[in-house]
Write a protein that binds this ligand. Structure first.
Ligand SMILES: [Zn+2]
Length: 293
């Protein structure tokens, strides 16, 4: 849903609350403190009274919306803006769009990204694996990095590696890794974590970190020195995703720190994985309130 649809569907705060209650409880409020369903509407506002533990609660307790002094309509708009921002959305832009200050916007963005974490199903069929390197070019006049070069590319630079896999025609998983973990042992572990190794073939480039893959599953290698595709043997899908991720992070987020990089990578994976799903907004709301993991 785009922001016009959000405004039309949820013109009032009460519409947002009613919708969130449907998404979270499907008609039967559950006390977040004692899990009782014996509740009655509380006298004030949109709260519920729990007859089990004698407290009152609202639908936002224990969700990403809890303890924020921002109304739900702005939250809904923020979620819609982030979901529709193919190239990412900076805190500065979000602040302008929903009229909050920049630190609130940053916090809201991070909470939305936290709702996007998911444990995907094991990948099957043809799976492409590759790494990319994130980290903006140093500004003019900056001293060279520890490795000497200021504009080096890829392996052997001070940029942060991100490792990922795409099931061809399916979903993607990706995550930043420590440079010291870009080795055969860790890369094999990552594959085993996300791929049904008995029912898949992995395609990578000729990087030596992938050397152990063939010991536990079929593995095809594309030698990029020779060509970029040999029939089905290519890594074009994941390389396309890296292009999107890099442009987004360089263009919108500029100075993503290592500490937060995984959240931005998760955001880009999430958008990619649900790119054609018309229920994406409600799926994200359901994650935001913990109705789906
Ligand atoms: Zn209770």
């Amino acid at each position: 849903m785009n922001i016009v649809a959000i405004y039309k569907k949820f013109p009032q705060e009460s519409d947002c609350i009613a919708h969130l209650e449907r998404v979270r409880w499907n008609g039967t409020p559950v006390c977040p403190y004692c899990k009782s369903t014996r509740t009655t509407p509380a006298r004030s506002g949109h709260r519920h009274h729990c007859n089990g533990c004698n407290t009152t609660f609202s639908v936002t307790v224990d969700t990403i919306f809890h303890h924020t002094h921002m109304d739900l309509q702005k939250w809904f708009l923020a979620i819609s803006l982030v979901l529709n921002a193919k190239k990412g959305l900076s805190a500065r832009q979000l602040a302008r769009d929903i009229e909050v200050n920049k630190s609130t916007a940053w916090y809201v963005g991070m909470r939305i990204r936290n709702a996007m974490f998911e444990q995907p199903e094991l990948m099957r069929g043809i799976v492409e694996m590759d790494e990319c390197y994130i980290g903006g070019k140093p500004r003019k006049g900056n001293t060279p990095g520890p490795e000497g070069g200021t504009h080096k590319r890829g392996r052997g630079t001070s940029k942060i590696p991100v490792v990922g896999m795409i099931e061809r025609g399916g979903k993607i998983v990706a995550r930043p890794v420590d440079k010291s973990k870009l080795n055969a042992k860790s890369l094999s572990k990552f594959v085993r974590e996300h791929v049904d190794v008995a029912d898949a073939m992995l395609i990578t480039d000729e990087y030596k970190g992938y050397i152990r893959i063939k010991t536990f599953m079929p593995h095809a290698v594309i030698n990029h020195q020779v060509c970029y595709a040999d029939g089905e043997i290519h890594t074009n899908s994941i390389e396309g995703f890296w292009g999107l991720l890099k442009r987004g992070i360089v263009g919108q987020y500029h100075r993503v720190t290592l500490r937060h990089l995984h959240q931005y990578v998760t955001e880009f994976c999430y958008r990619y994985n649900y790119r054609n799903n018309p229920a994406l907004f409600d799926i994200t709301l359901a994650r935001a309130v913990g109705a789906i993991a």
